[in-house]
Design a protein around this ligand. Structure first.
Ligand SMILES: Cc1cc2nc3c(=O)[nH]c(=O)nc-3n(C[C@H](O)[C@H](O)[C@H](O)COP(=O)(O)OP(=O)(O)OC[C@H]3O[C@@H](n4cnc5c(N)ncnc54)[C@H](O)[C@@H]3O)c2cc1C
Length: 636
């Protein structure tokens, strides 16, 4: 649930933000900026402590108006010896609105550009983990919306610094109690430094019980004292979920230059890896990722299932990548997507309904389509349909090319890998004549339907549960017409993609003109990419149900054979979730595949998740969601 903030004219510069829920002010007596610098940054020995480190991770309880994050980010940016990667994980039960966050920073001119960039990404903060990306992926803010104890207990990363913030311990005792600090301690290593503005006795005692050595230090007036400390328990900490070791960036081979492989390569290269991407074809994105344009839209379900939440995390990650790497209107368009509920009306979770706790955050994602949106798609006003505000279309091949252009990534075509051989602690990728294609300590299999055979060649005992699913899309350039015909066609075609029973992307700019793409057929266990006229008929018949007016406008093209087909092989898991993780019993071989029909939704998130797991970083999604993606196997 969002925080309600009152801005009080109490003499503070730029008026003072106040929480009626907690009966307390957001800023300290000395002002938020001063507190962020003096108490938190300096209290944790920053920026000195992070210098010459490859990455640094700050954990904060209480995001509030985000000042501590903004100040830490600004200090990172100003430091020539900054770490390559700054993680900032912050837990917040009641997130402030983007407008309030920006407003609170307006009194600090040096922070305004940072606050504006933050504001752009503060939308759709439903309960759960949200990864916000700044500085081309070098500053990663993980906002955990929910109960601090529950969220921290699930996590398995190691913080280097801890900021304990929040309303006064008397007003919000929960965030300052021993159980919260024990949950914080689970995310600390011996030597992690902590700082806070309160020296309340109860806080000092609870921190001590949780394993922190604390000391009171003189504060900046008007604050007499503040608290600093270090995690150094007298006992050997027992962790139910130990943090993964931080792997050093080195050399890696990625097999497959589709969405999955390119996303992994870019995520690893941003962390300093030298990545060689091998592909059997002579150009990148010639497998399923060669699709002209695909639809990006979240999954929704009444119980907000794991797939639904995962799809939102994936879309947020994909939008960040598309915004920074692609050209809007040429390579992609975040137009929104209308989902027509053809087979059954899709119910939104009860808490998303108008007037309910999560309605505001949910509205940023999905809501019932309005009569105007339905009319724009040529549908009657009462047609059951949803509007996905964060949806759109993307040309996968453009994104693959952009990811492969990341410094540190080398792409090699005509490099079909037949076998993976372990030699002197490294992996060798060999072609079918036994020639060496590449060698590295780490291999990531992202070869779509070819993934399973590659895993077995590396010695995997139980085959990966991955299934090929053939699909054919139909497309054509918009037919040139006389002026009257054009006007009626323009009215029949929706101004945004529509999905729900097949899909239509109505306007994709190609070199030869503006195209439409309708899809797609779905045939399990087929690996044939031969084009079939029957599949185009099937796509047309789906379109007639989905969008009768558009189907009527495109019928002449289908009837006169002007429509072309494009076929590819999706690769899916039994759970319909991607397959992401280290292979069981095969050292240093990971898999990133099983994107199914949602490669655009999952690829960017999976790339970041794989890199985060390898580096022992905070994950870009909830731990249990990440666990659900671990590779599935079939028993022989
Ligand atoms: C008709 C159709 C419509 C679709 N529509 C959408 C949509 O609207 N939205 C959406 O999100 N998704 C859609 N998808 C799904 C999406 O295209 C896939 O999920 C995604 O492209 C998968 O990417 P990938 O990198 O895992 O696999 P691929 O793109 O298939 O890449 C695998 C690569 O591995 C290479 N390779 C395989 N074996 C070897 C080997 N032994 N050695 C070297 N290289 C090898 C291949 O050459 C290939 O380039 C659609 C798919 C199809 C077929």
């Amino acid at each position: 649930m969002a925080a309600r903030i009152e801005w009080l004219e109490d003499g503070a510069a730029g008026v003072s933000p106040y929480s009626p829920r907690f009966g307390d002010h957001y800023c300290s007596e000395s002002g938020g900026l001063e507190q962020a610098r003096e108490v938190f940054l300096k209290g944790c020995g920053l920026p000195g402590a992070w210098q010459a480190q490859p990455q640094w991770c700050v954990l904060e309880t209480g995001f509030g108006l985000g000042l501590n994050f903004l100040v830490t980010w600004a200090a990172w940016k100003a430091d020539p010896q900054r770490p390559r990667l700054l993680h900032f994980v912050s837990i917040e039960t009641f997130p402030a609105s983007a407008g309030d966050v920006l407003r609170s920073a307006l009194t600090h001119p040096e922070l305004i550009p940072f606050a504006q960039a933050l504001k752009e990404q503060l939308w759709g903060l439903l309960p759960g983990v949200h990864r916000l990306v700044f500085e081309s992926g070098q500053v990663l803010l993980t906002l955990c919306i929910g109960d601090a104890k529950a969220m921290l207990r699930e996590s398995a990363f190691e913080a280097d610094s801890v900021y304990l913030d929040g309303f006064n311990p008397q007003r919000n005792p929960d965030i300052w109690d021993m159980h919260t600090f024990k949950a914080v301690a689970r995310c600390c290593r011996r030597g992690t430094r902590m700082a806070t503005w309160t020296i309340a006795r109860s806080v000092r005692d609870a921190l001590t019980q949780a394993g922190f050595i604390v000391r009171t230090v003189p504060g900046t007036p008007p604050k007499r004292d503040t608290l600093q400390g270090e995690y150094n328990p007298a006992w050997k900490p027992k962790k139910t979920r130990p943090a993964l070791a931080r792997t050093q960036a080195a050399r890696c081979i990625v097999i497959g230059a589709g969405l999955a492989g390119a996303a992994v390569a870019a995520s690893l290269a941003r962390r300093g890896w030298q990545v060689t991407v091998l592909d059997a074809a002579d150009a990148p994105a010639t497998g399923a990722s060669g699709l002209l344009a695909g639809v990006l839209a979240p999954h929704v379900s009444p119980d907000d299932s794991l797939l639904s939440r995962l799809s939102r995390d994936g879309i947020r990650a994909m939008l960040q990548q598309a915004k920074s790497l692609l050209e809007n209107g040429r390579d992609w368009r975040p137009s929104g997507v209308l989902e027509r509920c053809v087979e059954h009306s899709r119910q939104l979770p009860a808490a998303w309904q108008h007037g309910q706790a999560l309605a505001d955050a949910a509205r940023d994602w999905t809501q019932p389509a309005t009569p105007a949106q339905l009319a724009a798609a040529g549908l009657p006003p009462k047609t059951p349909a949803l509007w996905h505000a964060q949806g759109g279309w993307i040309k996968p091949a453009r994104l693959v090319a952009a990811w492969l252009a990341t410094p540190g990534v080398t792409w090699r075509g005509n490099a079909a890998v037949s076998q993976l051989v372990r030699h002197a602690g490294a992996w060798q990728a060999l072609d079918d004549a036994g020639h060496l294609l590449a060698q590295a300590g780490l291999v990531v299999l992202a070869a779509g339907p070819g993934t399973r055979a590659l895993a077995e060649s590396a010695g995997l005992e139980h085959p990966l549960a991955l299934q090929p699913i053939r699909g054919q899309a139909s497309w054509a350039l918009h037919a040139p017409e006389d002026a009257a015909g054009q006007a009626s066609r323009a009215r029949a075609m929706p101004p945004f993609p529509v999905n729900g029973h097949g899909s239509l992307v109505p306007a994709v700019p190609l070199a030869g003109g503006l195209a439409w793409v309708a899809g797609s057929s779905f045939e399990r266990d087929s690996t044939s990419t031969r084009l079939r006229p029957a599949d185009d008929h099937q796509n047309f018949s789906k379109l007639q149900t989905l969008l009768p007016a558009a189907a009527q406008a495109l019928a002449p093209q289908f009837e006169s054979g002007q429509v072309q087909g494009w076929a590819g092989i999706r690769c899916a898991t039994p759970s319909r979730l991607p397959s992401l993780g280290a292979l069981e019993g095969v050292p240093d071989v990971w898999v990133c595949s099983g994107m199914g029909s949602r490669g655009l939704t999952f690829a960017a998130l999976c790339g970041e998740l794989l890199a985060a797991r390898l580096h022992g970083e905070p994950l870009p999604l909830e731990q249990r969601q990440a666990d659900a993606l671990l590779p599935q196997y079939v028993a022989r």
